[in-house]
Design a protein around this ligand. Structure first.
Ligand code: PLP
Length: 263
């Protein structure tokens, strides 16, 4: 059938070092047998050591990328990653309302592991109030969940509470990622639209090659959704994929190295 190969879209920022952002998204979708398209919202100068600079794309160029993709491709699932500032978030929201790209995974990227701020402080409210209600799946890590809910998350009970708060804010399904905790497993709390909740766990791997982990999880979920998986299956498969990419990290760069997408 014409134009029927599974196609997914990432709306995010680039990483010149190749490990995170749009680059990680495309590698992940590709490895999961989905054709990847990309709307670049911001360009970063970074490597495995850190982010040195970034710039958001002009609104007109973001709009035109959306139009180009929508006119030609048949996107079945979409994700957002780094959105840089409030203006870009608003532009992305307007385009997501204009075009039907299927289920939306929102990775509310805020601060890189090296400490660089990838979302302007004043854009947090825009993400919470305008983007989050469009999310089929929201994938915050603990610091992002804390910022969005204005809660202090200390244990599994407060992680669950944060998941429910995020659902109240409008996200249909939520995965609160516990990878920033210190236990010997990485436990993520999943709350589905129908109220079902469960934990997905993976052994914690002692490694500094975790650059782009969040991007990879949200892209793997998006790829599964593009292939027609249900939300629960997509999350479980994506978590397994990410665990394998971390466990088999590759020696690239001098800092927080990238994941192994061939794993
Ligand atoms: N750069 C871009 C463009 C990203 O989207 C992200 C994460 O979402 C990062 C950097 C940060 O990656 P990490 O925190 O895994 O180092």
């Amino acid at each position: 059938m014409v134009n029927d190969f599974p196609q997914a879209l990432t709306i995010a920022g680039t990483d010149s070092g190749g490990g995170a952002g749009v680059m990680a998204d495309i590698k992940t979708m590709q490895e999961n047998h989905v054709f990847a398209a990309a709307v670049v919202v911001a360009v970063t100068a970074q490597n495995t050591i850190g982010v040195t600079d970034f710039m958001a794309m002009p609104t007109k160029l973001i709009d035109e990328q959306f139009q180009a993709v929508a006119e030609d491709l048949k996107i079945r699932a979409v994700k957002t990653g780094m959105l840089a500032d409030s203006q870009s978030v608003k532009t992305v929201v307007a385009n997501l309302q204009k075009y039907d790209f299927g289920p939306l995974t929102v990775d509310p990227v805020m601060i890189a592991k090296g400490g660089a701020r990838l979302l302007a402080e004043d854009a947090i409210a825009t993400v919470r109030d305008e983007l989050l209600p469009l999310a089929t799946i929201l994938t915050p890590n603990l610091p992002e969940a804390e910022v969005l809910t204005e809660m202090h998350i200390r244990d599994e009970a407060t992680m669950q509470l944060a998941g429910h708060r995020l659902q109240e804010l409008g996200a249909k399904n939520v995965i609160v990622k516990g990878g920033h905790e210190t236990s010997d497993t990485a436990n993520d709390f999943v709350l589905l639209e129908n109220g079902e909740s469960f934990w997905v766990s993976a052994p914690r791997v002692e490694t500094n090659r975790t650059h782009g982990t969040g991007d990879t999880l949200s892209s793997a979920i998006t790829a599964e959704l593009a292939k027609g998986a249900d939300v629960k299956t997509a999350i479980q498969r994506a978590k397994r994929y990410v665990s394998a990419t971390i466990a088999n990290g590759i020696e690239v760069g001098h800092g927080h190295g990238p994941l192994n997408h061939w794993a």
